[in-house]
Design a protein around this ligand. Sequence first.
Ligand code: AHR
Length: 662
Amino acid sequence: MKMKTPLFKVLTCFIIGCLVVNINAQKVNPIVVSVDKPEAGIKPTMWGVFFEDINFAADGGIYAELVKNRSFEFYKSRTGWKVDVASKDSSHFLILNRGLLNEANPRFARVTIKEGSGKFGITNSGFRGMGIKQNIQYNFSVLASLPPESNIILRVELLTEKGEKIGETSLSPRGKDWKKYEASFVASKSDLRSSLRIWFEGTGTIDFDMVSLFPGDTWKGRPNGLRADLVQLLADLKPGFIRFPGGCIVEGYDLSTRYQWKNTIGNVENRHLIVNRWNTEFRHRPAPDYYQSFGLGFYEYFLLAEDIGAEPLPILNCGMACQFNSAELVPLDQLDPYIQDALDLIEFANGSSETKWGKIRSQMGHPAPFNMKYLGIGNEQWGPQYFERYSLFEKAVNAKYPDINLVSGTGPQPDDELFKSAVESLKTLKPQLVDEHYYRPPKWFRDNAARYDNYDRNSFKIFAGEFAAQSFYTGSPDNKNNWECALSEAAFMTGLERNADVVNMVSYAPLFAHVDAWQWTPDLIWFDNLKSYGTANYYVQKLFSTNKGTNALDILQENKPLTGQQGLYASAVIDKKSGEIILKIVNTSADVQSKSILLQTAKKINSKALITVLKNEKLSTFNSIDSPELIKPVDKEMQIKGKNIEIALDPYSLTVLRIKMN
Ligand code: AHR
C-alpha cells in the first residue's frame, strides 16, 4: 500500500479545517428572521403589471381581432388588404370617405362587380398572419350597405399560409341602411399565419366597413374580447394592480397622437383610430402598419382589471407630448380640457349610472362602479413645465375627489439631475405615490438592492412603475430576457419588499411583445399568433407576487440586511392570514451556499415546508417561443425540524421558502 505523503496530510487537514470553519461560521452567523416582529403591512397592490400598447401588445396581441385595418382608416387605406383577382373588366375596390357624416370612422370600402366579370376577391393578411386553431369557432362580421339592385353574396374563406382552405362561410347582405351582418364557422386546421379572403359574387355595388374576425375562445368567452392565453398569464401573476395604457403611448409623439380615453369607449366602430407612436420610433424596427384601433379601450381595461382582481391604475396625458420627441406643451391657460378629462374619467369609473359618464359605463354593460382608487398624471415627464401642470391637476382632483390617490412622475432616470430636481419640486406637492423608472444593466439592480433601506420615511411612497434589467442596449435584438437580468431583478426586488412600508407598487415593463412585431426589448411575456410564454423575469415577478404575505419581517445576517454579502440577497414576509412565513433568498454567486436560518421565537412550526427554486447554471440562458421552459420554478417539499433551518442555496438561484406555523 502506498504511504500518504506529509503534503497530502497537510492539504487534507487544511480542507477539513476550512469546512469546519465554514460550518461553524454558518452556525455562528445564521440568517435571523424576526418572526415575532412583523413590520408595516405590505400593500395588496405591491406587485402589479404595466400594460402598454407597444410590441403589438394590443392590436395583434391581447385584443383578439384578427383583421388588420378593419375600418380602412390606416393612413394608407389598403394596408393589410390586397386584391386577389383583378377583374377582366372594370370591377373594382375603392376607398370612400364619408367626411363629417362619421368623423371617428370616415372611410369605408366599395366593391363594384360588373355583369359577367366572374369572381372578385380581397384578402386581409392579419397582424403578421392570423393564428387559427383547429375546431375553434370563428365569428365573422361586417357592416354593409347595398342599393336595392345589388345581389352580391360574400363568400368568406380562411386560408393557411400555404393557401389551403380551412374554414368558410357566406353572407347575403341586403338593404341601403348600414347594418351588421354576422356568420360563424369552425376551422378545420391550425395555422400560424392564415389570411382571410372575401369573394364577392353576383352583380352590383356593396359598401362595407368594420370587417372583423374573432375567435370564439376569447377570455371568458366575451364577444370581441381578449386572447385568453395572454390574459391567463396575467391572471396567474395575481397582480395587485394594472397600470394602463402606458408608457409613452399616453404622451404621444406629439399631442395629436396622445392617448385620449374618451375616444376609446362606446361602440367600436366609433372609436377614432390613430397611429401607434411606436410605429417608427426605432429605425431598426420600423412597423409602419402599427395603429391603435382602440378595440381595447378604457372600458375593456377596467374590465380586465376587475377580471384579474387588480386595482385599475390609469395614467393620463398631462398636457405634454413625449419630451424625447416633439415635446409639445399645452399652454397652462388651455389645460382645462385635459384636467376635465381626468375628472370625467373618475366619474366614468366610479360615478353612478345617473351621472353623465357613469351612464355611458352603465350602457356599455357595467352599471356597478369600477371603484378606481389610483390615477397617474403624466408618464415620464420632467422639468418645471411638468410640475406646473401636475399641480393644476392635483388641485382640481383633490378638490372634487379627495379619495383618489394621485401618482406623479419623476422623469426617465432614477438618479440623474432631472430626477433630483423632480424630487425637489415634489416637496411642494402632495402625490400619494411617485413613479420611478429603472432601465439599467443587471449590475445596477444588484448594486441598488439597498436603495430604500435608508429612504426618508417621511417622504413619498414609491411606485416602482417601470423597470427591467438590460443585458444590451434597449431595443436591440441582442437585449435578452436572460437569467442574469432576471436574477438581478430578483435581488433588487428583495430590497423593494424589505422596504414595503415605502415601496407600495411595483411593475416590470414593458409587459408584452410579439415575436415577429416587437419594437422594444426586453419584455415580460412573448407571444406569436398562437402561443405565449413567460420569460425568466416573468417567473421572478410571479414568485414575488404569489408569495406576497401581509407584513415584512427583518431578515438579517450579523445584524445587517442581506444586500449582496457573498452574493446573497434576502427578504422575508409573514402572511398573517395563512400563518405562513415566506423567505426569498437570491444567490447570485456561482457557488452552492449552505446557510443556517433561525426563525427567531417562532413556535409550532410545521415540519413540512414548500421550497420553490428558480435557477439556471448559465446566466446567459433565456426562454424562447421554441424553448419556453428552460427557466421555470420547481416546487418541492422540504422537511424542517423546529426553528433552525439548514439550507443549501443553489448557484444562481432564487429560492422561495414557505413555512407554515400551526
Ligand atoms: O416601457 C417602454 C417605455 O419606457 C415606456 O413607454 C416609457 O415610459 C419608458 O421610457
